[in-house]
Design a protein around this ligand. Structure first.
Ligand SMILES: C[S@@+](CC[C@H](N)C(=O)[O-])C[C@H]1O[C@@H](n2cnc3c(N)ncnc32)[C@H](O)[C@@H]1O
Length: 310
């Protein structure tokens, strides 16, 4: 992956684009039933950042499953690494209640500005702190958090072992780490040319770690964390909607592929054919994301309770 440059402007824009797409999916997910059976995604892929910040309540349903797996409790302190515009940070802040605390950490000042607006509009300023920082060096005190969550963040972090070690450092004994990531090999279109689809959606062109879920338990163990839970969240689209996540991903994949040497005309023809098939009633898109949870050994000295798993 030495030829990949994720620091160029296109890659940066892609990161923000990815967040918008990710948000659109979350906006339309329907919780446990949806993740087990798959479901249609409806609209809103290209919502501008301003609209997203205003739409503070739009994704509550999609966040339930993540919250459930993390099991946040009243009075706990949590950290959201790569918090983006703060959807999950706010949900978790609600869950830990007035006596709890959430800290959102992100490397992007723009994302943090969006998060700050969201926190303020939800009147959570008193229990949410936001800070600019890297996943590998958050600057947070050691053993200060009851849980750490990183949703679609670690796939962008070059030194993933350092990022997970940092989360382990910040966790109190008994604390939980929840990581949600996509395996980009499990991104499939009903395509007439499977090989070209594979090349266009080669996740290595867009991420430092395109298949992170497969490695998470090993990485957890190396950081001294005990894997406690893993769950899949499939996203399935069987009807074409130009605003769906899968339809939006077509341009994202095509652009990355062309930047990395896939023939432009071939990529454009492939996208056009997939779209045309969709419009003709022949649409299939599926993507798999996974939530992994690990626990730091020990007894929670703050609550006096035993270490618990999520
Ligand atoms: C796809 S977005 C996900 C945002 C959020 N977790 C969510 O699910 O809505 C990825 C986020 O990770 C942040 N990020 C990327 N690399 C990072 C790093 N090394 N340290 C901290 N944040 C990082 C980006 O700025 C962006 O906000």
């Amino acid at each position: 992956m030495g030829d990949l440059d994720r620091s160029d402007p296109a890659s940066l824009e892609e990161l923000h684009e990815a967040d918008r797409h990710h948000r659109a999916v979350r906006d339309h997910q329907v919780g446990i039933q949806g993740r087990q059976q798959g479901h249609q995604v409806e609209a809103g892929v290209r919502a501008p950042m301003e609209r997203e910040i205003e739409a503070v309540d739009g994704d509550a349903a999609g966040l339930e499953d993540r919250r459930e797996l993390l099991d946040p409790r009243a009075g706990e302190s949590g950290v959201d690494v790569g918090c983006g515009v703060g959807h999950l940070t706010c949900e978790l802040a609600e869950a830990v209640g007035m006596s709890g605390r959430m800290t959102g950490v992100d490397a992007s000042a723009d994302m943090l500005a969006g998060a700050a607006a969201r926190v303020h509009s939800r009147r959570l300023d008193d229990r949410v702190a936001l800070r600019e920082g890297d996943a590998t060096a958050t600057g947070l005190p050691g053993e200060s958090a009851d849980f750490v969550v990183a949703v679609q963040t670690y796939s962008y972090v070059p030194d993933i072992a350092a990022a997970i070690a940092e989360a382990a450092r910040v966790l109190r004994p008994g604390g939980r780490l929840g990581v949600l990531e996509t395996d980009w090999d499990l991104c499939v279109y009903g395509s007439p040319d499977f090989e070209l689809m594979r090349r266009i959606f080669d996740g290595r062109w867009r991420f430092e770690h395109a298949h992170l879920p497969r490695r998470l338990n090993r990485l957890f163990a190396d950081a001294g964390l005990a894997p406690t839970h893993a769950e899949a969240f499939p996203l399935l689209e069987t009807g074409y909607d130009p605003d769906s996540f899968g339809a939006g991903m077509l341009a994202l994949g095509r652009n990355a592929a062309v930047r990395h040497g896939v023939d432009r005309a071939a990529a454009d023809a492939w996208v056009a054919e997939v779209r045309a098939r969709g419009e003709a009633g022949d649409w299939f898109f599926c993507l798999n994301r996974f939530m992994f949870v690990a626990t730091k050994a020990g007894v929670n000295a703050r609550t006096g309770g035993p270490a618990t798993s999520a």
